[in-house]
Ligand binder design. Sequence first.
Ligand code: ADP
Length: 274
Amino acid sequence: LHLHYVPLVAQAGQPEGALIVIRDLTQISMLERARRDLVANVSHELRTPLASLKLLVETLQSAPPPDIAGRMLEQMAQEIDAVTQLVDELHELSRLESGRVSLKLAPLAVGPVIERAVERIRPQADRKHQTICAEALPDLPPALMDSDRIGQVLLNLLHNAVKFTPEGGTITVAAKVLHITVDDPPSREDRPPHPAGTWVLISVSDTGIGIPSRELRRIFERFYKVDRARTRHAGGTGLGLAIAKHLVEGHGGRIWASSQEGQGSTFWFTLPAA
Ligand code: ADP
């Protein structure tokens, strides 16, 4: 609270009263804090690739043998890609947060959207000898969605599944229908409450490192990464899930995760059936 006191003095010089202004700064200081956190996170995320670039340039200045120089240039390109991804994702998130993204909603079958995303991620999964399969039920109702945006959500989840699953693991994408009645009973999947109605439920499961249960909610916050030391080499901005959450909620759906550490994780999201 911010308190301001002004004594009111009458003409004769006698105090006549006081004007007290009390301002509730909770909202302002929360916004200020969010802004400070964002700046701190962005600076932190930029410092790492910039420090490696600086080091690589300095080493290249000493004219190392051509094969080493070649590898260093490759590494520089990767660091530049990382910075570019961070800037792109920040821009995307800021557009989403300020409501500057409009969804082109249409009733569409989820099967083809899932298949397209799976085919796009397959080369990455192949490189890690991972099996990836999609099981969409044939009699699924269409979902009301912007297929490009939902494709982006799926790619994001699949990208994480590949990244956090060791060689030889399995990634499964599934879709089913979910009927929610007025008294939505709690489910095995820790599903957040949904308004009554028919939903299409899409899941991406992996047999990867898993996520500790106390972190399951926080991973959707921007820049949140579980155990930075363990995932450092995995790369990534920590913005992917925050973007996915915005997109799914923009469709009226929910997104959440369940996991068993060391066994694997499942990410779930719902879309309203058309
Ligand atoms: P990142 O760019 O780091 O992948 P995300 O927002 O996509 O950012 O994910 C946030 C964090 O959630 C990741 O850094 C990781 O710690 C955790 N995470 C996401 N997906 C998985 C998964 N499939 N298995 C294990 N951990 C995951």
